[in-house]
Design a protein around this ligand. Sequence first.
Ligand code: FNR
Length: 342
Amino acid sequence: MSRAKRKLDHIEHALSSGQERTHGFEHIRFVHNSIPDAFVDEVDYSSEIGGLSLSSPIFINAMTGGGGERTKMINQQLAEVASECGIGIAVGSQMAAIRDPEERKSYEIVRQTHPNGVVFANLGSEATADQAKRAVDMLQASALQIHLNVIQELVMPEGDRDFRHTLTRIEKIKDAIDVPLIIKEVGYGMSRETAETLASIGVQMIDVGGFGGTNFSRIENARRERKLSYFDDWGINTTSSIIEVTEAAKGISVISSGGLQSALDVVKSIALGADATGFAGYFLKILMEEGQNALIEEINFIHKDIKMLMTALGASSLSELKEVPLVIGGSTKEWCEQRGIP
Ligand code: FNR
């Protein structure tokens, strides 16, 4: 199957895959505060990750590029939304454009459309340091995302099978680029051990990419005759992964992603220790099914709702939000107990 066809297939399947186990946000409950010392108009949800200033904790996470006119159009529309709403945006893996310069347009359109905004470049961990530099240059990127997607590769019939020396490549990439590096999962979450290993080589930003949203095992299995269905329920849910990574790597900027759909998910993510939040599948679904204006409206509502929620919690900034009391239940509580996280 061609790369372009696979990209479009991903989009189609991502819009239709449903699953039972969740991201875990329903396990997080805030302790109500009857005397919050806060005013909606003074709530400031700006953030900083790895030295980058974000006017909003929300960004559009990596999805597409390199599939011809259709993916170029999707990227342009997403970038217009990002620009209109004042949020950051990541492009999908740029390997297609590194291999074939004809494909560059579908990525470059993102920087052209969002000239002064936060734009993240994206490659897989198979990339060399030279390819990483080229991906950053292609977009004058604000940061580079390197995705880890072992399970997706294993379930893909034509996927990678050799995952050796990933850490060495990440280290070389980190040393070669002059923008911040984000290491991200794509829906299987990251563990404390993984975060500690990444921190030990100097990685300063981790996007947990937790279980509970887009499920690449299901997406890839849908294209397989003999299914590797044991990977469909694989991975650490988003809440557990935020807790794991925050616990492991103090001083690391943590990005929450994996199934986020609301302001409440954003506010819970930050209260658990995240510094920013990435939305992929949910925003794509709105764009494809309801159009660009609907997505702009949704993001504007999420921004307003974050202010309402932070006011109710008495938090005027994200650093105050990180201190509010919360109660953890359900399988996230069980996970923390068994993993020895207080
Ligand atoms: C993705 N994702 C992704 N991630 C990445 O690092 N590079 C990529 O090229 C892609 N491609 C891609 C295509 C499509 C159609 C989707 C829906 C997603 C993964 C994405 O950035 C994110 O990590 C996961 O989708 C989990 O977040 P959501 O979708 O649950 O919000």
